[in-house]
Design a protein around this ligand. Structure first.
Ligand code: FAD
Ligand code: NAP
Length: 355
């Protein structure tokens, strides 16, 4: 039976995003079954623009009223679609509206491994490929073998292989300026293993003091570290890391190390420039730069920088959070002035910066 989309108007956005600004959306259409996708495309032209796709709102900040339409992804379900008993592996298809953390927890409980480092990341399964979520040295791209997505303008379903998703550091095809909000990811395919292969190279895990000899042990250690270190959005609204860790050339990193010998730097890749010269790329710690620019714990009207973690901007209970964009601009300007490094916000921002 084909069900009809649930559409609401003038919807409060505080419960729909973890930064919880007291703003509202003109339209919210709740997608709860793939049968509704055709209706979605038919109605698109009549809905107020812009049209954005929304999961749990943990990587999006609505710092002003949203004059357009949000499509809230509530597709549910999961199943094993292929199993290779000899290899001890299986491909699981998980609907986009499922909770990411519940999926990680269920997969481990059922003896399928590979997602343990990605425990306790808020959000939905469908949003996870959008920024190729990552934590503690593991990225979604390591286990995602493909996904299904509905092309909103043409009303066609397409299967993307992992290569076609163009995963890179906190980035994918779906974050490209010309592709954002063109696709609704409906289901994601994961290849998991019966064999536990630990990845505990991050110091926080390597030095956590627990024996990490099973996926369950890693899962629990990750949950414990995250609960100690990160502000809980339910207690103190936030959108996780507000800036990406900048990736710069080896020369820039060396110059910064001269000035700040303790600056954490991580070699990430080797590229070549137009002249064919090899260039080392280095990831810097954005948290370190923000802290050393003097922002850790700083309060600015109704928002601030977490005193627990310099990369996390938080909304204070008293305010509506609308000052977040100006605080973010202040941080970017200060880090640029003091260190010559450009910071890029990680969450999607409304209004879009520069709009
Ligand atoms: P939303 O915030 O609703 O949407 C994010 C983007 O994805 C938007 O552009 C939206 O349009 C798009 N989108 C959402 N669903 C779909 C869909 N089905 N199809 C197409 N586009 C879609 N991220 C990490 O990578 N690693 C971490 O360790 C991590 N820790 C976090 C900790 C905290 C406390 C918080 C608040 C956030 C953290 N995040 C982290 C960021 C966030 O949890 C992830 O990016 C998550 O995948 C976002 O899921 P969501 O459902 O909330 O997406
Ligand atoms: P952390 O473990 O204190 O490390 C600080 C930074 O150093 C991280 O940003 C991490 O980069 C980098 N790093 C540490 N060890 C590394 C290694 N061996 N190789 C390469 N890079 C290394 O970080 P944290 O802030 O507590 O977060 C822990 C993990 O959860 C991180 O992976 C982080 O990305 C993730 N996280 C993400 C968000 C978000 O909203 N995106 C929020 C909270 C936590 P990476 O960030 O590239 O891993």
């Amino acid at each position: 039976m084909i069900s009809t989309l649930n559409i609401q108007t003038h919807v409060p956005l505080a419960p729909l995003h973890t930064f919880a600004c007291q703003t509202q959306a003109q339209y919210v259409a709740t997608l709860s079954h793939v049968d509704q996708l055709g209706e979605l495309t038919q109605r698109l032209a009549r809905w107020p623009a812009p049209v954005w796709v929304l999961g749990s709102g943990s990587n999006i900040v609505f710092a002003a009223d949203f004059p357009g339409t949000l499509i809230l992804n509530c597709l549910k379900g999961r199943s094993c679609i292929a199993e290779d008993k000899a290899e001890g592996s299986a491909v699981w298809r998980v609907a986009a509206g499922e909770s990411w953390h519940e999926w990680v927890s269920q997969s481990i409980a059922e003896g399928w491994y590979g997602l343990e480092n990605l425990a306790l990341i808020p959000g939905t399964v469908g949003a996870a490929p959008v920024q190729n979520i990552g934590a503690y040295g593991v990225e979604l791209s390591r286990v995602c073998v493909g996904l299904s997505a509905w092309h909103l303008p043409s009303g066609k379903m397409r299967y993307f292989s992992a290569d076609e998703c163009e995963f890179s550091y906190r980035d994918s095809f779906f974050k490209r300026a010309d592709q954002q909000n063109q696709w609704i990811i409906t289901a994601v395919d994961f290849k998991l293993s019966k064999h536990f292969r630990p990845n505990i190279t991050y110091p926080a895990l390597a030095q956590c003091g627990h024996v990490l000899d099973s996926a369950r042990a890693v899962f629990e250690a990750v949950c414990q570290i995250r609960q100690q270190k990160l502000p809980d959005p339910a207690q103190q609204p936030n959108a996780g890391s507000f800036f990406k860790n900048p990736i710069v050339s080896g020369d820039v990193a060396d110059a910064l190390k001269q000035k700040m010998p303790n600056l954490p730097v991580y070699p990430v890749a080797v590229d070549s420039n137009e002249a064919g010269k090899t260039i080392q790329r280095v990831k810097l710690s954005a948290a370190y730069l923000i802290e050393h620019a003097g922002f850790k714990g700083k309060v600015c009207e109704d928002v601030g920088v977490s005193s627990k973690h310099a990369l996390v901007l938080v909304r204070h209970r008293a305010g509506d959070g609308r000052g977040v964009l100006s605080l973010s601009e202040q941080i970017k300007a200060c880090v640029m002035e003091q260190f010559g490094v450009a910071l890029m916000p990680e969450p999607i921002l409304w209004p879009s910066v520069g709009a």
